[in-house]
Design a protein around this ligand. Sequence first.
Ligand SMILES: CC(C)(COP(=O)(O)OP(=O)(O)OC[C@H]1O[C@@H](n2cnc3c(N)ncnc32)[C@H](O)[C@@H]1OP(=O)(O)O)[C@@H](O)C(=O)NCCC(=O)NCCS
Length: 187
Amino acid sequence: MYELPIRRLRIFDKPKIISHFRNLDQETLKSRFGIPVGPEFVEFYLSGLFDNATLVFGALPDSHLRGVGELHIVPDSRNSVAEAAFTVEPAWQDQGVGDALLSRIITAARNRRVREVHMLCLATNQKMRRLALKHKADLNLITGQVEATVAAPWPTPFSLAEEISGEYHAMARAILSWPQTEAEDVG
Ligand SMILES: CC(C)(COP(=O)(O)OP(=O)(O)OC[C@H]1O[C@@H](n2cnc3c(N)ncnc32)[C@H](O)[C@@H]1OP(=O)(O)O)[C@@H](O)C(=O)NCCC(=O)NCCS
């Protein structure tokens, strides 16, 4: 079965992340941040992306970064609560990329003993609501925004192995397609 390559993104992946956010249209950015935002806001946001306790995962269905999932551990929550956010490039939406990223974020949260993952989205965001429901989230409507809470069970040897094997799979793909990826990403 085809497994969509998803791997942890690090600070040296920043150029790829910036390029991914540049490929997002106004609608996607508004859905991501809850309000219309311009390039300066996105640039400022990305400058602090890896600060604090944030884990960033990337989906690379065609060896390029097409989707990003962020897991922000909420300070002072004794690491038990985190907030998740997602972006998938418009041309790659509705193809299971968001679903795969959400699964990986839940596994990562679980492995770090995070008990609750919160996701905020606009009430009109049917795709995110659908994904949250698929992953058994309780949805709370808060004036125009929907907060979805996904309970992350305690880690098991299987969930740890799942995250490690996911990393290995994506890494293997990246190495195999190295010359093409790097050459195309430069422009
Ligand atoms: C929300 C988002 C991350 C989802 O990613 P995606 O790759 O498009 O999602 P998937 O393809 O995995 O799943 C989308 C699901 O919504 C369903 N869907 C699509 N349009 C829908 C609609 N109008 N009503 C109900 N469900 C809909 C799809 O059928 C699919 O469900 P299925 O797997 O049961 O068929 C992506 O669309 C995105 O980046 N949106 C803009 C940013 C955003 O809203 N982020 C979330 C807030 S942080």
